[in-house]
Structures are given as C-alpha cells and as structure tokens.
Design a protein around this ligand. Structure first.
Ligand code: SDX
Length: 445
C-alpha cells in the first residue's frame, strides 16, 4: 500500500444547529484528488454523509490503478496504458496488477505456467451447463458457473491464507476463458473443446471458441494479438461499479468465487460492461450515416430514455484512453483480417458528429472503452451477446486484485453504508378486519 500523506491539513465542519464542530483531516495520495477522512463524523456530530452513486466519495485507498479523468490518463501500477498496450501482454499485466510490479522473465514464466495448468474445469461442470436453456444469455451462464466454482474447488477457500488466495486467483484467471468459451459452444450445441497448453492465453481462448475436434485449428496471429490487447485494456479500472461490488461482497468474507460472480452480474448492466453489446445494437439500429442525426437528437431528448451507448463516463471528462487505443487498431485489424464492417464508418461518423454538438461538449461526453471494442470483436467472429463475456475475462484480474488488496488490509471491516430514512414514522398494527380500502392504516390511532 502506498503511504498516504495525512499532513495536518484539516477542514472544520460545524453543525450550525448545535454549534458542534469537527476537524476533518485531509488525506492526500500519490496523485489525484485529496479526500476528507470523515470516519469520525458520525461519532462526533451524529451526522452521516449523503452521496448516492458515490459521485464524490472515495471508498478505499488503492495502489492498483490511477485514472486521471481530466487528462484522460490510465495507469496500471504506475505504468501508462499506452505503454502496456504497445509493449506488454495480458498475462504480464495480470502479474503486474496482482503482484504490484512487472515480473522478471523467470517470474513471468512461472506465473504463465501456473495459469496454463489451471485452465481445465472439473468434469462435473460440463454437466452444469446442461441445466441452462439453449437461449440463455452467456452472461447468465457466467454468473451461474463462476458462482458454482466454490462447489468444486474446496481445497483452497481459506481466504485468510495468502497462498489459498493466490491459488484461487490463478484458478479464476485461468478458467475464465474456458468457462466463457463453453458458454458460447453450449449455445450452439457444439462440443466443448479442452484447453491446449501449447497455446498462449488469447490463442487458447480463440481455440476454445472456434476449433472443432474434427479438424486441426490454426489460430490467426492477428486475431490473437487483438484479443490479447482487448483483454489487457479491460483488465482494471479502479473503483468502478463491478470492482466496488467485489469489495463490498468480499468485505463479508465471502469466498472469491461468489464475490467474482457478483461482480460479473454488476458488469452485465448496459450502463457498465453491457454497453459494448448495446453499442453494436445501437449502430445496427442506426443502420446508415443518414440516420445519425435522429439518434443524436434522441440522445439529447430528456423524454427519451435512449442514451448514446459507449459514450460518457463517470470519471473521464475527455476521451477514454482505451477508446483511443482501440479506435487506432480497429481499421488495422479489419484490414489484416480482410473484414469490411460498415458499422465502423457509422461509429466514426457518429463520434465525430456527437463531439460537435453543444450537448455533448458541455457535458464532456466522449467515446469510452465500449464504443469501438465491439467492432474488433465482430471482426474476430465473436457474437454480440458474448461481448460483455469478453469484458468479464479481461476484468477478472482487476476484480481479484482489488479484492486481494482489500483482504491484505489489516484495517478491513465489513462494508455497511447508512441511509437517509424517508419512510413512515412509527405506527400501530391495525387488525385486518379494521382495514378499509383507501384508508391510511398508519394514520389510524
Ligand atoms: C464502463 O466506471 C468505470 O470505470 C466503468 C468502465 C470500466 O472500465 O469499468 O469504464 C466501463 O462502464 C464504461 C461506461 C459504459 N456505459 C455506457 O457507455 C452507457 C452510456 N453512458 C451513460 O450511461 C453514462 O455516461 C455513464 C453511466 C457511463 C456515466 O453516467 P454518470 O457519470 O452518472 O453521468 P450522468 O448520467 O450524471 O450524466 C451527466 C449528464 C446527464 O445529463 P444532464 O442531467 O446533465 O442533463 O450527461 C448525460 C446525462 O443525461 N449523459 C448522456 C450520456 N451519458 C451521460 N446523454 C446521452 N448519452 C450518454 N451516453
């Protein structure tokens, strides 16, 4: 954990109704906004803070990922995403996020060997898939199968034991591609391939997705490189909704399989990781550039629930650096795979035209990580309903790193937010025979 500077800077909060005051320390981290340490507020003033959606609330200290929303910067353990995207690999980034720094070659080889040797699933889990309907959304299968892992891997669930935590993290990183690909194969009624230890992480996933036992399968290196990049770009993103989920769920000491399953469920939402699927659906609905204005108008119409999917971000108030990287490689991947996708031209024109509209400019709304990623995934032959599953594979290491950081924090305790109660004052129970339609039963004395 980085040292936090708790200089003597404080702010004074005074409750004018009682005249009571409290000195609130200001805490400063290595970079980014300072925070008020309000831990004593309730005890000393009997008042809680109110911040639905946590727009102004830091829930924890973390040394994993820095997001500089103003300048569009994203660092994993201090390393800029642009450098990692260009020079690193997904598994090396998994090591970086999990252990805190880049590995030596020997350590990366050992880590890679461990991940490679945990890609198999318990044979009983094959049967588990048969319980789902064929048309089940693959994210529903992910939530179910990941949560079920704790019923199969009992031997390392002592979460107070660092080695148990490490083995479980390796298992989850390694098994996600197998679980994900089998969800896809199940939906097509196709055989479930076994992982291959001679392939790297991204190659193995494409093999699991698209190989057939009836013929040899050669992974396209361009596709594997693009897949690895997408996993890397999705690996972590600070205290986003699904990362906050694993911290909340993990604070109850629940096992990591159950807590990751909870995060998978959170990621599924279209306001979060489900946006990549929604972007493609939006671009397909737009259909051709001449319809863009209609959708831009709808996105600005408060009476219309439609939002420009893949646009906007709680933290970034400029272009999401991941969107910049993905948009740069989009055309290159399509060209190398000899794929034409009319949606790319629509996406590019939509982004360009949106950024000229006062509505989007005023609100600092830019493309985020989900805006272009689906174009590459389509080029790789991955169906739209698998897009958030891809996000899940990449983000598993982020969730686990956030969870592990919390578990190593000696001061960690169960998360239990308070509320502003706006319900009824206390009232008396009224026997049912005295209740009449349209009466306020609570008002009866
Ligand atoms: C991810 O947190 C993370 O880090 C997430 C993530 C990660 O890696 O984990 O980066 C991944 O989830 C990316 C976001 C993917 N979701 C989408 O692309 C869905 C579309 N985007 C929006 O739903 C929205 O922008 C959010 C959810 C991303 C952010 O919502 P906020 O921060 O709560 O912003 P807001 O709703 O308060 O919006 C501020 C204003 C509002 O208008 P006003 O009330 O000021 O008039 O901007 C408007 C919003 O209506 N607005 C949009 C918009 N996004 C915000 N209007 C139209 N289209 C949009 N996409």
């Amino acid at each position: 954990m980085s040292q936090v500077d708790t200089r003597s800077e404080t702010v004074t909060i005074t409750d004018n109704s009682t005249g009571c005051s409290i000195e609130v320390p200001i805490m400063r981290g290595t970079e980014g906004p300072a925070v008020f340490d309000i831990g004593q507020l309730a005890k000393q003033l009997g008042i809680y803070t109110y911040d639905p959606g946590f727009r102004s609330t830091a829930s924890c200290q973390s040394a994993i990922t820095l997001i500089d929303g103003k300048n569009g910067r994203l660092n994993y353990r201090g390393y800029p995403i642009e450098d990692l995207a260009e020079k690193s690999s997904f598994l090396e980034v998994c090591y970086l996020l999990m252990y805190g720094d880049l590995p030596t070659k020997e350590k990366l080889d050992t880590f890679t060997h461990s991940i490679t040797n945990h890609t198999l699933l318990h044979e009983g889990l094959r049967e588990f898939y048969k319980g789902f309907r064929k048309d089940a959304h693959p994210m529903a299968i992910m939530v179910g199968v990941v949560g079920a892992l704790s019923a199969f891997y009992h031997d390392s669930l002592e979460i107070s034991n660092a080695r148990d935590r490490e083995i479980t993290m390796h298992r989850l990183i390694a098994k996600m591609p197998t679980i994900a690909a089998w969800a896809y194969r199940f939906s097509k009624g196709e055989p479930f391939p076994y992982p291959r230890n001679d392939l790297n992480y991204a190659e193995n996933f494409l093999h699991l997705m698209f190989s057939y036992p009836t013929e040899s399968y050669t992974v396209n290196p361009v596709a594997a490189k693009a897949m690895d990049l997408l996993f890397l770009l999705h690996a972590d993103h600070g205290q986003n909704a699904s990362a906050s989920t694993i911290r909340l769920a993990g604070s109850s000491q629940a096992n990591p399989y159950a807590t990751v399953s909870a995060s998978v469920g959170t990621l599924w939402g279209p306001a979060h990781g489900g946006a990549n699927e929604a972007v493609i659906e939006m671009l397909e609905a737009i259909g051709e550039p001449k319809n863009i204005d209609e959708y831009l108008a709808r996105a600005q119409d408060k009476k219309d629930p439609f939002r420009l999917m893949g646009f906007g971000h709680r933290v970034y108030k400029t272009q999401d650096p991941r969107a910049t990287i993905i948009s740069k490689v989009c055309q290159e991947v399509l060209d190398n795979l000899n794929v034409e996708d009319p949606l790319l031209a629509i996406a590019e024109e939509l982004a360009e035209r949106a950024r000229k509209e006062a509505y989007f400019i005023k609100r600092n709304l830019y493309p985020n990580v989900d805006f272009y990623s689906g174009i590459i995934l389509r080029a790789l032959g991955i169906p739209t309903n698998m897009f958030t599953v891809i996000f899940t594979i990449g983000r598993t290491i982020g969730w686990l790193s956030q969870w592990s950081e919390m578990m190593e924090d000696q001061g960690m305790r169960i998360s239990r937010p308070r509320q502003l109660y706006t319900g009824r004052k206390q009232c008396h129970y009224i026997p049912i025979e005295e209740r009449h339609e349209g009466e306020d039963f609570c008002a009866i004395k």
